[in-house]
Design a protein around this ligand. Sequence first.
Ligand code: MG
Ligand code: ZN
Length: 219
Amino acid sequence: MSVVTIERKVLEKNDAFAAENRRRLAEARLFAINVVSSPGAGKTSLLEHTIQRLDGRLRISVVEGDVQTDLDAQRVARYGAPVVQIVTNGGCHLEAKLVQDALARLDLAATDLLVIENVGNLVCPANYDLGEAMKVVLLSTTEGDDKPLKYPAMFRNASVLVVNKIDLLPYVPCDVDTLVGNARTINPALRVFQVSCTTGAGLDDWCTWLAAQVTALRA
Ligand code: MG
Ligand code: ZN
């Protein structure tokens, strides 16, 4: 029983930091997404393509979560976006306090869109609010169409599902309609984008939608 209590206290503390982050982001009138997925689904690739496509239209800043390295931050920095790396030293999710420290090192007034790339993990990042406007869950076709049913909390707490690697559909045992249907069984309100970071398919729709969110927030 004590384990349950400790876990609840940790989450309550996290929620308090998340609320502060949300207030700070609202003051800066900044749209923030928390991108979650399993390792290798393509979070950083999606980010690279998004930064490139929105260059000159949106000022994007990035918080990179990683268990051990700053490899992803190096990739993102190559495209000119301000990036702060959080290394969790083995920790399997980002927490709101870590994101708060990262925000202090970014110029929020010079940012339109904040992208937080979470640690690759479909389990506990679902429970940790970071202060974002919404969670974006990324699922690649190579992972299989049953994943929304196996990790329901993540799909329930996300507002957007990006299905990546649709170019591989002919080669993998994944039915994209089943995948989307499973996700909408968990969360009927999910907005879905189908993309390939290899061919570029679907990325314009995704970027147009992102830009519209920023515009709506500023209106
Ligand atoms: Mg990555
Ligand atoms: Zn974790």
